[in-house]
Design a protein around this ligand. Sequence first.
Ligand code: NAG
Ligand code: NAG
Length: 764
Amino acid sequence: MSQQLLSNYMHTHVPLICSSPLTMSMNSRRRPPLLLLYVVFASAVAAQENDFYIVFLRDGASSERLLETHLNVLSSLKGSVNEASESLVYSYTKSFNAFAAKLSRDEATKLSNMEEVVSILPNRYHKLHTTKSWEFVGLTPNSRRNSKVESNIIVGLLDTGITPDSDSFKDDGLGPPPAKWKGCCAHSANFSGCNNKLIGAKYFKLDKRPDPDDIMSPLDTDGHGTHTSSTLAGVPVPNANLGGLARGTARGAVPRARVAMYKVCWASSGCADMDILAAFESAICDGVDVISISIGGVTGSYTSDSIAVGSFHAMRKGILTVASAGNDGPNHGSVANHAPWLLTVGASGMDRQFRSNVVLGNGLTLSGVGISTFEPRQKLYPLASGIDTAKSSDTREESRYCLENSMDPNKVKGKLVYCKLGSWGADSVVKSLGGVGTFIESDAFLDAAQIFMAPATMVNSSAGKRINDYIHSTTTPSAVIHRSEEIKIPAPFVASFSSRGPNPGTQHLLKPDITAPGIDILASYTLLKSLTGLKGDTQYSKFTFMSGTSMACPHVAGVAAYVKSFHPNWSPAAIRSAIMTTAKLMSSRVDKDAEFAYGAGQVNPTRAISPGLVYDMDDMSYIQFLCREGYNGTGIGSLVGQGPINCSKLVPVSGEDAINYPSMQLALKSQQEPTVGVFRRTVVNVGAPRSVYNATIRAPAGVEIVVSPATLTFSKALQRRSFKVVVKAKPMPDRVLVLSGSLIWRSSRYTVRSPIAVYNPWAN
Ligand SMILES: *[C@@H]1O[C@H](CO)[C@@H](O)[C@H](O)[C@H]1NC(C)=O
Ligand SMILES: *[C@@H]1O[C@H](CO)[C@@H](O)[C@H](O)[C@H]1NC(C)=O
């Protein structure tokens, strides 16, 4: 189902994949439930006797000799080659010098003390974190295309697998895969195979533990990976809809690009670090151009987090990794995947919502949110409050929430039931007892539409109170829930569930970077799973709605591929810069967390292909950034895949943040004195060869921003110009978390905007 409750403590990497709905425990009910709309979060699995570890080694042997080195290291620990090969799970030999092995905790400790070993990570398991959306962001069928180059672009996704026979992956009119492609399509009983659209499909499950709810195949039994892939690169499919809603042509950002799926997320176990790393290595080696990863969880340090490490190696090979920010909003500091070489994507809403009209027996009309495709057959049905349908006085508390085994079927049969949101699936419970439909009251989760398996709708607490008052005002309460309809709402806005800054990894980097549509996105789905995944659901559809930063991520990965189709040689940093500096402005009046919610704003594909100037960077810039952040040389060395880096020998970098990022963040350093930060930046001219840019500054009250020089003059293409930005901010009141400023470089043809966020670490 496209919605589930994520309990507050689920924190590990998980593909922003949908897992089975989690029921909240009774005592967690007072907290607002966190809705994980297809956000993947990995949850650490309790350590077992012998567990999987990923062991990073110092550089040394050539890649052909690495496997031997790995066995040698393990043999010296285990005492024999036989035992070593038994414990070795996987050798990473292509991008980094590492191996995965099954070890006891003692053995892991011993290994970590060995000379050759740089670091050891316990393998964690992470959980998983469209038709209209492309029109909404301005990428229409008539937008400029570079079709020939586009068909040479390969997008790689790390996800739950894919549905090869989906209409979104038909290969009509596409030639053979580009010559650079070195990947393959895993053979498996359940997988019909690849074609010229879906050119690669592999699966990774290094723990080899059988998953009863999944199959050892790249086949998607969940729907998440099919959905994200078709949003990114699906071919146009006319007449896509869910039960008649949102009917239109479904298509991806780059319909001619090729798709490669790397299945790393499994129905029961989530997404393991060692599988994520193996998939990154494989994707890099296979020749993908852009990687999209809608998997989340709390991000570890940049030198030990599997997504950070994998994407660093991708970046070094010129591949941009786009990742979802997570669905832990609106909590502050919840943003995941915040490494400086990732493009981190939050979710925003479009100008469309799905609502059902509700009429009560007294004539009162209300409305609720959700996708209910059922047309009532009667004008009104009898109505009851869940608490009045309790099996016994002992189950009254549970029946208030329409929980399983709490209600008396005789009191539910033939009725609509009103209950409070306790766990997803009240509609299934009521239906299984012969009920007609369900009102679910909640003040959270109202911005994304839940899909229901029986007539149901979600109402806010003020509407809920009116329903409850009405029930108690008459002896024969009645009501009806109408089929959902599309209504227009103001947009864009950041989804309540979208994870927010400040960046928990560093005070010197604004994250998320950008937002894209991630609410009620229609895209391809699997026929292997019902729409809700709930007991008794018999609804199946080739297309469905999902919500989450998981859905926003492939939108931006698609735009990255679109930009690359015009500029095949641009670096990952240049592509990210183009996407960020051309974003559509969002409003801090609508979203009070401002840049911490939306980064640079909402992605704007057709402008992103001509940014004028870009903030470029190479891997050395990131290494310097890590040195400045206080990472030790050994850790950085293991990230880079070589011996320890001597930070003191690098060319010193100056400035507040030591990075040429397209956004700026100044964290206040004092509650009494003004804080001053100097940001040094360099831009490359990728627009008209001869051009002049003038700076425009927007500074919020209490903040002074000065840029020098204030004019940049270019006489040729690819010329570089440097400038500095001095930001001086007064102490801020405790109630203010972030203030928004910006620097805009304007020429006669281009507008290049960088957000400048001033962050108050003392905010409460
Ligand atoms: C997978 O293949 C096996 C063997 O052919 C078959 O029994 C099973 O039903 C298939 N499962 C799915 C989900 O297609
Ligand atoms: C609650 O929902 C009703 C629609 O039934 C709407 O008119 C009202 O504005 C909503 N209240 C809040 C606080 O959102």
